[in-house]
Design a binder for this molecule. Sequence first.
Ligand code: PLP
Length: 751
Amino acid sequence: MNDEVFELASSLVSSSYVNQAQQARRARETKFKSLLAQRRLPDTGWDEATLRLLLDELVSMDSNAFIGNAGVGEREARVVCPLVRQRHFGLGHGIGRSGDIAEEQPKAAGSSLLYKLTNFLAADAIKRAGALTVPVNCLVLPVATGMTVTLTLLALKAMRPNAKYVVWPRIDQKSCLKAVAAAGCTPLVVENVLEGDELRTDVAGVRARIAEVGAEQVLCVLSTTSCFAPRGVDKLLELGRLCAEQEVAHIANNAYGVQCAACMKAIAAASKHGRLDAFIQSTDKNFLVPVGGAIIASCSESFGPPLIAQVSATYPGRASVAPILDLFITLLHLGADGWAALLESRQKLLVPFREKLGALAVKHGERLLETPHNTISMAVTLTSGGGGRKVTAMGAQLWVRLISGCRICAPSSEKKKVAGIAFANYGSHHDTYPAAYFTAACALGATEEDLQLFLKRLDKTLKEWKKMKPLPEKVPKSVDGAGTGEVAGAADAKGTVARAADVALREESAKEAEEFKEAKEAKESAANAAPTPPPPAVASPAPAPAETVVVDAADPMRGFTVKSERVAYKRFLQVEERVVVYPDGREASFDIVGHPKNAYRFVVAFAFHTTTRSVTVLREFAQAAPPHCATTLVLPTGGYDPKKHPSLLGAAQAELAEEARLCGGTWHALLPEDHPGILESKWCRNRFTPFLCIDPVPNGGAGERDAEEHFESIEQIPLDAVRAALAQGEFMPPSMQTCFSAMEWIARSKV
Ligand SMILES: Cc1ncc(COP(=O)(O)O)c(C=O)c1O
């Protein structure tokens, strides 16, 4: 709906209501505009209505949605089943053209635009995950990781037709090797080396393999970041340096490594100090969408763009838009803060989970393997138990207890063929890994509840496993493993045939999960929906607690309109007369005061000293306080001067220097970046923004105070005394609010 349409609507419905609707619509259009202009994740995630509106707009740009369109081609995005049409929001043209997946489709401007935007959003998300400072080139493909590796190798082959070898540090994940075979390349396997418990890259072995066949014959080195423990992330930096030296391409399989700071750090280092042509990651494991997509990305200005263009041109035919759409919607739904919070929540679970898993292992006489270079997957030894059964049978025990995702490996003399190559001890990334073990992962999207439930069930399973009696000579086929929980003949968890005992165990586990969930919900409601703490951020805005919706962005005015404003008085303060029309049609005239010189903004700084757990508080003369009193407690507070201060943060830093004689420290914004500031009072337009500064130091008296300001005292007051003063109404309201926000932040961040 454009302005003209809204104007016409005003002749039918009262203009104040139509104006509101128009404003709400504009708020959404502003988001679309920023997306197209900035081509990055929005700061905060979009609501569903905004997402639907954008999708509708994009869909209506495709020719199948044109009113009166008569399609006579053989492919006209005709979808017979309404449910299928709905599932795809009406997008039916797919992406790309026969010659290139990134090519625009004349019949589908909307789909083409959506694809371009998704590539930008993916690049931004990857950049943020890896704190990368260089531009990232991205192409999202509607095939998963393995196929994307194949496409990349095919593209490299087209660029280097004489090279056919892929030097590949071993990773026992079938798709990795099958991806090489599917591209018609010859893998040169480099065994991993044991460093303590951990399996690491044999960089010298990679060098030797390159030398054996000659660098010009090597298509690339294919390294891996994310993998099952006890393998660690490959030594990407050393491989990158080797590839640069040998002028050999280097591709990293970063299957689920975007979620992991260590994997992304390895990618950044190899890209910066060595050669890394591209890295490939799945969309499902890293961005929590259904399986179906992967992203080829590159930080290399010289190798990335031509390779990505070649991959794009290698893709034969058109491609499904579905996995791209899933990623597009998900990234806009998350926004930058949602994405950061998702990554952070995994990171937060990691250490406690590792510690608890280690403690549980010790309790059952086992040991968490030391794998410092794998910060997703963990492995625990399995040295005894099972009453003589194969270790892999423990997988069946976990499976019937409703645990999925564990992988059990045991030394085995049997060889397993993958893509024509026979591997000893397949599954453990090493011919002779010395221990049997099981793995568990702290992966993106796992909740604390998932991990706790797993540990609880693992405890039970290990207890049973350790006490398990030997199998009778012959297990009757029709009887379950009576009392042992053993599933006869189960080679691995998924091979389990669920029988009576298993069914009972699964039911018990399902009930247990239900109880667990209920207990958690009860605990949460007892905590009475206390707002989630903003994650600590250094000199950056902290996102608002998830539950705190202060203003509905889609309808911030809720049916009220400002009819007129005029300046009635102006000296230092400005008084305006503001006439407001209420949603029910009433009108009211108000006096509104404010400081236009400060753009109606001011800042408050909470200076916290961690060694003494105290706060810098000032006692200041307040001109409106007499005759009741003359002074009041305040935190350093001051106006934002757009001519003087580079930002609100800059204003807060200047204020702390001038009023409290402090500088430095670590600064944290206590409101989200796009918050307009907290209203000073109902009849005052000024809004303030609170900041927290941790451990500032004396600045030696630098910084001029305003001539009219008068401070009676500057003191560092213990937190408890601040609380008492707040309760007794000693502080000015902006300082009160700032104390509250800062103290919440401190409590939750455990500073
Ligand atoms: C290291 C590694 N490479 C490749 C793959 C295959 O990924 P996809 O199923 O997305 O092709 C996986 C799957 O988890 C993996 O872990």
